[in-house]
Every structure is written in structure tokens, then in C-alpha cells.
Design a protein. Structure first.
Length: 201
């Protein structure tokens, strides 16, 4: 398929911040690494807040374990940067910032000590996981395409851990938290109904 000829655009690769011996795909790969590197560092801070806001010990432990995993993910990314000869540095990730902002809103909008808060926190955490799974999945495929097998192996380890974390959150939600949140809501409605009836007497 024919592609546009950019030779007459008046810009060079170096003018666009791309070295002459670096392909556009390699540049994109590096940008995505910087993006997820920033995202993981921001997530470390957010997981601490989410753990503190959780109602059940089970969810607290899940957030704590994922924080430890995320620390390993950051170190793996630093190894990948080293493999490709690029300085490890973050690039602001608007997607992760938006997801973390949503998680903080959930904490503010739900009552402390309720199962409803845990159910909402799980959804917020899974949105983060799905973003990370999509990003790492794409990075693995790019690394394989560019024959960076060692980098792909490291990124795939993180991808597998992100998928495991997502499945764990689903298990916690389905095993009891969602049901408990529903019962909790029914109890609140019953109490409100009784209060209204008593006030009418």
C-alpha cells in the first residue's frame, strides 16, 4: 500500500526529536515505556490511599500485595530501558491520572466502613488493571516485532501479574463483597422505611 511522502514537509527526523538511526516504531515503543513508567509510579501512591480506604482486610491485603508487585514492575521497566539504551524517565500519563482521580472521587463519595465502598474500589482498581493489561500487552507485541526478545520476556512477566491481579479482584468481588454491599443497601432502606413510619405516627 502506498504511503505519503513526507520528504517535502520541511522537517527532519532530528527536528522531531527522533535520531536518524531510530525508527518511528522504536520511538513510539520508547514513548509508551515512559508513559507506563510514569503510570506505575503514580499508582504506587494511589494504592496506598486505596488500601487505607478499604473496608475489608481481604481488599486491604490485595492492594498491599499489588503495591509490592508494582514496585517490581517499576524495576522491570528500568531494566527494559537499560536494555534498549534509553534513560528511565516518565512521561505524563493522562489516562492513569484520570483513573486515579476517579478512584479518589469514589473514596470521597462512598461511606467509610461500608461494603459498597469496597465494591466501588474494586471497580476502580480493575479499570486501572485493564489499562495496564492493554498497555503491557501492546508493548510485548511491539518488542517481539522489533526482535527485542529479552525486553518482551520481562514485559510479559508484568502482563501476567496484572492479569492475575485483575482475576483476584474479580474473585473478591464475586465471592462476597458485591452480595454484602447489596444486603447492606437493603438494610439501609429498611431502616429508613422504619424511621419514616415512626415519624408519621
Amino acid at each position: 500500500m502506498a504511503t505519503k511522502n513526507n520528504s517535502g514537509s520541511g522537517t527532519s527526523n532530528s527536528a522531531n526529536g527522533q535520531s536518524n538511526n531510530e525508527s518511528m516504531l522504536e520511538k513510539f515503543f520508547e514513548d509508551q515505556l515512559k508513559d507506563i513508567y510514569y503510570a506505575e509510579q503514580q499508582l504506587l501512591k494511589a494504592l496506598e490511599e486505596m488500601k487505607a480506604a478499604a473496608t475489608t482486610e481481604e481488599l486491604e491485603d490485595a492492594f498491599d500485595n499489588h503495591k509490592k508487585q508494582t514496585e517490581r514492575h517499576v524495576k522491570r521497566l528500568e531494566k527494559v530501558f537499560d536494555m534498549i539504551g534509553v534513560k528511565a524517565q516518565g512521561k505524563k500519563c493522562e489516562a492513569m491520572e484520570g483513573l486515579i482521580k476517579e478512584a479518589k472521587s469514589i473514596i470521597n463519595e462512598t461511606k467509610s466502613g461500608t461494603m459498597t465502598r469496597d465494591a466501588a474500589l474494586i471497580i476502580a482498581a480493575q479499570k486501572v488493571e485493564h489499562y495496564e493489561i492493554a498497555t503491557y500487552g501492546g508493548l510485548v507485541q511491539l518488542a517481539l516485532t522489533m526482535r527485542k526478545r529479552r525486553a518482551a520476556d520481562l514485559l510479559e512477566k508484568t502482563l501476567n501479574e496484572e492479569e492475575d491481579a485483575d482475576q483476584l479482584l474479580t474473585y473478591i468481588a464475586e465471592s462476597h463483597i458485591n452480595f454484602d454491599a447489596e444486603e447492606e443497601d437493603a438494610e439501609v432502606k429498611e431502616i429508613n422505611s422504619m424511621t419514616e413510619a415512626a415519624s408519621a405516627v
